[in-house]
Design a protein around this ligand. Structure first.
Ligand code: GLV
Ligand code: MN
Ligand code: MN
Ligand code: MN
Length: 428
């Protein structure tokens, strides 16, 4: 009878936390750096192994699997009204060098566990449900962040630039993809683009990557907006020379130009007038990289973000001015100043926020509305679908380093909120 079946459904509505943790640990073993760190770079052997692993779970759950040209992976559970836009969720499993095992992974394995819960509890979706594993959220290999979702959102600019894109070993994007089993023609990139009505909603579960939820003892973050990220590549060239023989007045040191630019980035960011402006020089390479040779080339990569797009763009302009001034002052050539991406922020959709709030309330979990300072595939999914994100606390806010950690209880809360949010949206 109705009562019995609904109470047995409630009993089945639990998270298999041991199973989820086992999967997280297993996935972390596909890594090119020693545990506890994780390194899993796009189209590497470890990435291919991780993909196989995710598809294996999708298969066990009875999801229909589709892969697009660049390897975005979709696990689909057909709803009773398959013609309606689906409710999708997902994240990434690529990991930057020497990072942790939760960034992105919680939003893929956790989403699959959410599907598992809904299946266990006998839920019948009306709108189809879909779990997406996005290709290369991280910019590690080709310098392009959210490669898979950016293409799904229809970035013609990216489809064009990928034709010329190579990694730092000079391997082209297409050769790298081919080596991972994704053989494609440049034209096939257009097949990755999705229509705007493909999804009714997109929700991403992710660790906060910041300290707020843990510090305030709040179980769930409901994300209202994602900050605007930008990245820039800069190159200086000088004459180089012998570190002993060339006197100081005769030098044009490309390395010092890079160092001065890094400090200028910090200065412009600090002078923006807001604590929300952040800038990082995470890559600084010198050529030839010998102690007794004056750097003849330097390569700098700069990450600038803000919740205010205009303020961020002002910082970028000032960084550009500084790069020009430094090159003049030091007699080096500014051979490249390339803005790789300069993305606008994204807002979560009101109806998705309501569904997430409803789910948290229903589960008696305390939640907080917050912004995401990290970017996510959701930033691009928001271009083609109403979007929302669920954050869970993580230890000391650590992320992008091996100490990253989220507790099984916090993950279980996130998975439950996700499952309930999807269920609710599926029936709308
Ligand atoms: C994504 O990993 C980011 O840097 O925010
Ligand atoms: Mn990341
Ligand atoms: Mn992530
Ligand atoms: Mn991220």
């Amino acid at each position: 009878d109705g009562e019995r079946s609904s109470s047995s459904a409630a009993a089945a509505f639990y998270v298999d936390s041991d199973g989820l943790q086992r999967q997280i640990d297993e996935l972390a073993s596909f890594s090119d750096s020693p545990a506890p760190s994780v390194t899993r770079v796009l189209y590497s052997d470890k990435d291919v192994q991780a993909r196989r692993y995710i598809k294996g779970i999708m298969n066990q759950l009875g999801l229909t699997i589709r892969e697009d040209a660049v390897g975005n992976i979709f696990g689909h559970w057909e709803g009773s009204e398959a013609g309606l836009g689906a409710v999708a969720t997902g994240s990434h499993v690529d990991a930057i060098p020497f990072s942790g095992k939760y960034d992105g992974v919680v939003g893929v394995l956790g989403a699959l566990e959410a599907i598992n819960m809904l299946k266990r509890s006998g839920f019948q979706p009306k709108r189809s449900l879909e779990v997406i594993m996005f290709t290369s959220e991280e910019p590690t290999r080709f310098g392009i962040s959210c490669l898979g979702s950016r293409l799904m959102a229809g970035s013609e600019e990216l489809a064009q630039s990928l034709k010329e894109t190579v990694d730092n070993q000079n391997v082209s994007f297409f050769d790298a993809a081919d080596s991972a089993g994704y053989k494609m023609h440049p034209e096939d990139l257009h097949n990755v683009f999705l229509k705007k009505d493909n999804y009714f909603a997109f929700i991403e579960l992710h660790i906060e990557q910041g300290p707020i939820l843990e510090k305030e003892g709040i179980q769930i973050g409901v994300v209202t907006a994602i900050a605007a990220p930008a990245s820039i590549k800069v190159e200086f060239e000088g004459n180089g020379g012998h570190a002993g023989a060339v006197l100081m007045p005769a030098r044009n040191d490309a390395g010092l130009a890079a160092a001065e630019l890094a400090l200028a980035v910090e200065k412009h960011v600090l002078e923006s007038g807001s604590i929300d402006t952040v800038g990082t020089v995470g890559i600084l390479q010198l050529h030839p990289g010998a102690i007794n040779s004056i750097p003849s080339k330097s390569h700098v990569e700069i990450d600038v973000r803000d919740i205010d797009e205009k303020r961020r763009n002002t910082v970028i302009e000032k960084v550009h001015q500084s790069a020009t001034e430094i090159s003049k002052k030091r007699g080096v050539v500014l051979s490249e100043f390339k803005i790789i991406n300069q993305d606008p922020p994204a807002l979560s959709d009101k109806s998705v926020i309501s569904a997430m709030e409803f789910a948290a309330k229903q589960l008696n979990l305390e939640y907080k509305l917050m912004i995401s300072r990290a970017y996510h595939d959701s930033l691009f999914m928001a271009r083609i679908s109403p979007m929302g994100m669920i954050f869970i606390p993580c230890y000391k806010g650590y992320s992008h380093k091996p100490e990253e950690y989220a507790s099984p209880e916090d993950m279980a809360n996130g998975v439950k909120v996700l499952a309930l949010t999807m269920a609710k949206l599926s029936l709308q």
